[in-house]
Design a protein around this ligand. Structure first.
Ligand code: NAG
Ligand code: NAG
Ligand code: NAG
Ligand code: NAG
Length: 555
């Protein structure tokens, strides 16, 4: 599971001048389509160089193996393509790398696709670039300026690396990536797209905030957009489930399962259909006395103490400071199966005090016992790397014709579904309070966890062709690189829906999500159901087969 997939200006303007110089150079027609360094070198500004070019045969694989710490897995079952690695400087003391997959000239769809990253991982994400060339995209991933697994020591007292992760590596990579694509094919990119989830969601939103012309369309999932508040909340969550030595206080994985099944049994039917999918969590008020230890008829071996129930309510609730400032929205009902990711460490120190240690306070000795709500104010004031993507006025992107599809699993236990709704609401406000349907649509995916997946007891349809999903199927060989193989059309594939909306003006009124019989083994459809632009919800016609999309409409 991709973990929480969770900016100065001198360098940007210097690069802009260099780009302008590069642009004025004529392209060499004879080199177009030649997968060698010389094809690309001429298109690069000073400070950027070709690290490697490699011709991948059809069915081949490519990656950097274990030395690529954030993404050690190689992409497999690729179509024939040219793989390129570029390194570019971002300041006198920092640089980033990015990778490109360039399909053959005849397979290129004239489009460019940038893909996002996960959490604080550093490295080129070859695996999640892999679907792109199957669609025909020239596809890019940036390393965000560092090479690391989940440890964030690279950010310690390193303002330039923080900016690279915050926005600069993505911005620079996209700009250069488009130029290199044009150099390779001998003509400009016709349309440019973005696909990412979690940190990748934040990166996509950030890029359209700082650069309205980078993309024509963005597919953004479960965005970790409010970095400063989210990271503070994460630390707070860890402290709520303590001490781990006190069985009355500390909630275990088994107890999270009990909580999840109790919520499912009480909240499922509220939407009018018992199908193990909670579609209206906001309407449910679960009665937890049925699992409260000591209550009549409650199994004493399988129950939650009143203290644990209070903790659960805090996790579901929005987290405000005592001054009334919202730190972060709480997790929506039905995400309990993923709560262990943040809260089972027994010290609150494991996953995420790195934010306070390396970014906010630059103090390696900082520990969770120092946590107070002041951390939130300090985090917001520091806004390290200008990573937070909270400039909601994206009128520049809108007037350039840009389109946004935002999607969010309602059973996400890592990123609050309400924080995505919050982002959508704030966008409406920032754009004057009118409708934004002409260019920005928000889709909730009932039963989907963080970016992908659904609990075994739920099996909600969530495959929509978005970031990270194809890698969950048994190899791109069986799936052809798609997450909805057999349904590569704008009705079922969000990327194709986004393209049609952007290029042909056909607004996305629904996307049919798919669940497979067995993701690992059998890509027969288990069930399909539309997801709908907020505030519409998929509504059952009360007669047809509920597992067929045709029995549902968006209302
Ligand atoms: C991944 O690619 C690297 C670089 O080509 C290679 O060294 C490594 O063996 C590959 N790993 C696997 C599992 O194929
Ligand atoms: C920080 O990012 C926002 C977009 O999210 C941008 O509008 C702002 O100018 C950036 N600030 C700095 C100091 O770079
Ligand atoms: C978003 O706006 C809707 C409609 O005004 C409101 O019902 C909802 O509570 C808001 N949610 C958040 C999280 O801001
Ligand atoms: C736009 O419409 C044309 C004509 O129907 C179709 O051939 C093309 O595939 C559409 N483009 C996209 C991106 O859907």
């Amino acid at each position: 599971m991709a973990l929480l997939s969770l900016p100065i200006l001198w360098a940007v303007s210097t690069l802009a001048l260099q780009y302008a110089a590069a642009r004025s150079q004529p392209r060499s027609g004879s080199q177009a389509g030649d997968c060698s360094a010389s094809t690309f070198t001429a298109a690069l500004p000073q400070g950027a160089s070709v690290e490697l070019t490699y011709s991948v045969p059809g069915g081949g694989s490519f990656g950097e193996g274990a030395s690529n710490l954030g993404y050690p897995l190689n992409a497999t079952n690729l179509p024939e393509l040219c793989a390129v690695i570029i390194r570019a400087s971002s300041s006198s003391t920092s640089s980033y790398r990015f990778g490109l997959f360039l399909p053959t000239k005849s397979n290129w769809n004239s489009r460019f696709l940038a893909t996002g990253n996960g959490g604080f991982l550093g490295g080129i994400d070859w695996v999640d670039m892999a679907p792109g060339p199957h669609y025909g995209f020239a596809t890019l991933s940036t390393d965000t300026g560092h090479n690391s697994a989940s440890t964030q020591t690279w950010a310690y007292k390193n303002v330039e690396a923080q900016k690279d992760w915050g926005y600069r590596a993505m911005h620079g990579s996209v700009d250069l990536g488009k130029r290199l694509t044009a150099a390779y094919y001998g003509r400009d990119v016709a349309y440019s797209y973005y696909s990412g989830c979690s940190t990748g969601g934040r990166q996509g939103l950030k890029e359209i905030q700082i650069s309205p012309n980078s993309f024509n369309g963005v597919l953004v999932g479960a965005p970790a957009w409010y970095t400063t508040g989210l990271m503070t909340w994460l630390t707070a969550l860890g402290t709520w489930n303590l001490p781990s030595t006190d069985p009355k206080a500390f909630t275990t994985t088994a107890q999270y399962s009990l909580l999840a099944s109790t919520v499912l049994s009480q909240c499922d039917k509220i939407d009018g259909l018992q199908d193990n999918i909670i579609s209206t969590p906001e309407a449910c008020k679960p009665d937890l006395s049925v699992i409260q230890c000591g209550k009549k008829g409650v199994d004493t071996r399988n129950c939650l103490t009143s203290q644990q129930i209070e903790t659960a309510k805090k996790v579901w609730g929005d987290y405000y400071t005592s001054k009334g400032d919202l730190v972060y929205n709480g997790l929506e009902l039905s995400g309990e199966n993923q709560w262990d990711v943040y809260t089972l460490h027994g010290a609150a120190d494991n996953f995420d005090t790195q934010w306070e240690k390396y970014w906010v306070y630059e103090d390696k000795s900082w520990n969770w016992k120092q946590y107070s709500e002041q951390v939130f104010y300090d985090s917001v004031r520091a806004n390290p790397g200008n990573a937070t993507a909270d400039h909601f006025d994206i009128s520049g992107f809108r007037s350039a014709g840009g389109k946004v599809i935002l999607y969010q699993g309602l059973s996400d236990g890592l990123i609050s579904a309400r924080s995505s709704l919050h982002y959508y609401n704030e966008t409406i406000k920032a754009l004057g309070g009118g409708g934004v349907d002409d260019f920005f649509r928000y889709f909730q995916v009932p039963g989907m966890q963080h970016c992908m997946g659904s609990p075994a007891a739920v099996r909600a349809p969530w495959y929509i062709g978005s970031w990270g999903q194809p890698a969950r199927l048994p190899g791109t060989a069986a799936s052809g690189g798609y997450s909805v193989p057999g349904f590569q059309d704008p009705q079922h594939d969000a990327l194709l829906a986004l393209m049609r909306w952007t290029e042909n003006g056909t607004a996305v009124d629904s996307i049919v999500a798919t669940a497979w019989d067995d993701d690992a083994d059998d890509l027969t459809v288990y069930r399909q159901r539309p997801i709908c632009p907020y505030p519409k919800k998929a509504t059952y016609d009360n007669q047809g087969n509920a597992d067929l999309a045709s029995s549902w409409t968006c209302k």
